[in-house]
Design a protein around this ligand. Structure first.
Ligand code: ATP
Length: 640
């Protein structure tokens, strides 16, 4: 059970629910005793009572006959004995002969003792009752602890996903991450709680049944032969180990493929328009079908190994029991039916836990595969880390940005940096337009200011403080970002604006919407500010989404403002209205705006021209038209 050790660090998650888990385990033990020992014992006690008065002869006939037999002289002629028994019982001679032959060695005259009958018969419902109640609470409390542990495991993974840097997600498959969060967390929970519970309950059931077997064998040596059947138990370990090994590999493949299926489906559902526009329906069907059939192939592999264990163990134990019956038959043992039935039941109770332990081993193997996948997330490095002694920015924040010889590359490829030796100061309260050919590094420059990444070399200072020395939240709270394609959450318009300043009053939100020229369209929506925007804001137009993003920036009112061509999705009428509002939003702030159009450049105090990761020139439009060939080319090609 080395697999179990892998889960050891996570047992702490059970600590807050230790009482419930302890009671669950106790109930499991009670269930184990009732199953492994209670049932065989009850059967052993019940059978003689139940069959005492049954059969082809009545109790009176047996009593009369056995009294004669017991008192008969040792050398009495058998014919005479048959005659005497026949007369006393009223049976014919053949019947009397059978009755004499079937006399058990230890027969005791049984009276119809009603109280004994009641007592013995009550044992069965009582055992069933105890087993049922203990079984229910064992399962229920285990499930309760399981739900709580799942909540924590999922919480930890989700929380880690919130802290991981943007770069992490660029190398990951979104569907796969969702699958880790949903499917893998569930399997890990199963191993921490349910498997641990079974690992106590099943061996205990086994030991209880084994104890009963040993007791019966010791008290009645004739039964010793049945212990022969137990020899099959070590043999069961072989298929358990073999199948477990096979299952581990299949389980890993299955879990990874489940992520791929989720990814294909979520990508497709997120691109409904593109799929229709480019007539991708058939190729998408094919892609999904391919992913699903691969998933089903792996699933069948898992089912094959998972479900083959039980029949294999049954086969081994069946052969052992058959062997024992053969030995018993050949040895001419004087066996008692009640004890033999009880022994077989106890044997069954011994094999059951072995079978279940095999299944547990399979679950553990699958659980380890899932734990590996979860730990890949939990242990992924947080490259953009907050220092433990991160200091808050001294107020008031002026918004001066200084780039000290900053170079950066996304990958480890040192020969191709995306930004090279950027050295510049952006003064507070000024507006800077970032222009340059596609891929020149404008967005990367912004990403570094937001600290989505840290510079590979050099440093960036805000008001003289290295960004790496500041708290991440503290830094980002000083920045309002209006992206080109804003993302809205599936909530009301009010909630979507409020997320830039959670403590804002309704009045602040109305004002921000007004400033962003968004209030009119919002109030025309059926539920006004309480209108739900749909998944990623699909119920709103591009321009409406952008106005909401601008309202967020107004509400945050931070010293740094980043506009990624913020008015590009607006119609010309709204644009001229918003330009005026953007103008007022920019007042007193350090603004960085990625400009793709000449109109936007008019708002800037200075233009920074990016080229192949460097700032190749800076100045106003007229100066750059004279001094920067790249700028002139961009302007002439209308690529701004
Ligand atoms: P555009 O005007 O087209 O948006 P840009 O000037 O903003 O371009 P960036 O997005 O900063 O350019 O990209 C600069 C370079 O970095 C490009 O060559 C791009 O391929 C590369 N790049 C951008 N993001 C990543 C990433 N996550 N991983 C690796 N390379 C990246």
């Amino acid at each position: 059970m080395t697999s179990l050790k892998r889960f050891a660090p996570y047992y702490g998650l059970l600590a807050p629910y230790k009482v419930a888990f302890f009671v669950a385990i106790l109930c499991g033990l009670l269930y184990a005793v009732a199953s492994g020992l209670g049932f065989p014992y009850v059967v052993k006690e019940n059978i003689p009572v139940i069959f005492a008065n049954s059969g082809e002869f009545s109790i009176e006939q047996r009593e009369a006959a056995y009294a004669i037999i017991d008192q008969a002289p040792v050398n009495e002629d058998s014919k005479l004995l048959i005659d005497r028994v026949s007369t006393a019982t009223g049976l014919d001679k053949k019947g009397a002969e059978v009755l004499i032959d079937k006399k058990p060695v230890d027969w005791q005259p049984k009276t119809k003792d009603e109280s004994l009958l009641t007592k013995t018969l009550l044992l069965l419902p009582l055992t069933i009752f105890i087993r049922a109640i203990a079984g229910f609470f064992n399962v229920y409390l285990t499930a309760y602890c399981g739900v709580k542990v799942l909540e924590q495991v999922r919480g930890q993974v989700f929380s880690r996903l919130q802290d991981l840097p943007v770069s992490y997600f660029q190398n990951q498959n979104k569907g796969d991450l969702i699958s880790r969060l949903m499917v893998d967390c569930n399997l890990v929970k199963q191993c921490i709680v349910e498997v641990s519970n079974s690992l106590i309950r099943e061996p205990f059931t086994f030991l209880a049944a084994l104890g009963f077997l040993v007791w019966l064998s010791v008290t009645h040596q004739e039964n010793l032969f049945l212990l022969f059947c137990l020899a099959a138990i070590p043999v069961c370990v072989l298929p358990i180990r073999y199948i477990g090994k096979k299952l581990t590999r299949r389980a890993k493949q299955l879990q990874a493929q489940s992520g791929t299926v989720t990814e294909v489906a979520s990508e497709n559902l997120g691109a409904v328009r593109e799929v229709r526009a480019f007539s991708l329906e058939d190729s998408e069907r094919e892609k999904f079908g391919h992913a699903v059939s691969k998933f089903l192939k792996y699933q069948l592999g898992v089912v094959k190994y998972d479900k083959s264990l039980s029949p294999v163990i049954e086969l081994i134990t069946g052969m052992a029991i058959t062997g024992a019956i053969y030995v018993a038959y050949n040895s001419q043992l004087n066996l008692r039916v009640d004890e033999v039935i009880a022994l077989f039941l106890a044997l069954h109770m011994c094999y059951q836990p072995i079978k279940k332990m095999g299944a547990i081993n399979n679950t553990l193997k699958r659980g380890v595969a899932s734990l590996d996948r979860i730990e890949e997330v939990l242990k992924a490095p947080i490259i953009v880390e907050e220092k433990p002694d991160a200091k808050p920015l001294p107020e008031p924040v002026r918004g001066q940005l200084r780039f000290n010889n900053v170079s950066f590359q996304y990958t480890t490829d040192k020969d191709h940096p995306v930004l090279r030796g950027i050295d510049c100061t952006l003064e507070p309260g000024k507006t800077y337009a970032l222009v340059g050919p596609s891929g020149a590094g404008k967005s990367t420059f912004i990403n570094l200011v937001m600290r989505f990444y840290d510079p590979t070399t050099g440093s960036i200072l805000l008001d003289g403080h290295d960004l790496r020395d500041l708290g991440l939240k503290d830094l980002r709270n000083q920045i309002a970002l209006v992206p080109q394609d804003p993302v809205l959450f599936n909530d009301t318009i009010m909630a979507n604006i409020r997320l830039s300043r959670p403590d804002a009053s309704k009045g602040d939100i109305f004002r921000a919407a007004q400033q962003a020229n968004a209030r009119e369209f919002i109030e025309n929506e059926p539920d006004g500010f309480d209108t739900l925007v749909g998944d990623r804001g699909t119920r709103l137009s591009g321009g409406q989404k952008q106005r909401i993003a601008i309202a967020r920036a107004f509400l945050r009112n931070s010293p740094l403002l980043i506009l990624d061509e913020a008015s590009s999705a607006l119609d010309s009428e709204s644009e001229s209205l918003v330009q005026a509002e953007l103008d007022s939003l920019m007042q007193g702030k350090t603004v960085l705006m990625i400009a793709h159009r000449f109109a936007t450049l008019k708002l800037a105090d200075e233009i920074l021209v990016f080229d192949q990761g460097r700032i190749s020139a800076r100045g106003n439009h007229a100066r750059l038209m004279d001094s920067s060939p790249i700028y002139r080319k961009l302007y002439e090609k209308q690529e701004l």
